[in-house]
Write a protein that binds this ligand. Structure first.
Ligand code: HEC
Length: 116
């Protein structure tokens, strides 16, 4: 009998229900954050997509997921390279979008140190 495995699956399924995500293809914000770092987006757009010296603000309130994918694939900006689907899959873009959308509004009240 393999009770721990069953329990883990049950917990995962409950977690998915609570978070409102469905099957394996559901966008994963946590993964999106990692991809944002791995693909170097952060270097220009800031660690939280908040915008930086080079890249514009992407979060919170990012553009729609399909517009995001379209921009990434076809960027004609002299500053931002286009990323082909081979490099950044559609599932990756969905994850990145989910993460950008989950970012809190920029507000000094969100800085823990200032609450002390
Ligand atoms: C080398 C710097 C650089 C990197 C790396 C980079 N970007 Fe950009 N990105 C920019 C700049 C600069 C702009 C603004 C382009 C312009 O207005 O010409 C931009 C624009 C965008 C826009 C359009 C924003 C808007 O509101 O018009 C999106 C979306 C975007 N980037 C997403 C990404 C994602 C996702 C990644 C990683 C896969 C990424 N970028 C990597 C520099 C970069």
């Amino acid at each position: 009998m393999n009770l721990p495995t069953i329990s883990a699956a049950a917990i995962a399924s409950i977690a998915c229900t609570v978070l409102g995500v469905g099957g394996a293809s559901a966008a994963d914000a946590k993964k999106g954050q990692q991809l944002f770092i791995t693909y170097g987006c952060y270097a220009c757009h800031g660690y939280n997509g908040q915008g930086a010296n080079v890249g514009v603000k992407l979060a919170p309130d990012p553009m729609a997921a399909d517009a995001l994918a379209n921009y990434i694939r076809n960027s004609a900006s002299a500053m931002m390279p286009p990323y082909s689907e081979k490099l950044v899959s559609n599932a990756d873009v969905a994850d990145i979008h989910a993460w950008l959308a989950s970012q809190p509004k920029l507000d000094p009240k969100n800085i823990p140190l200032l609450k002390e």
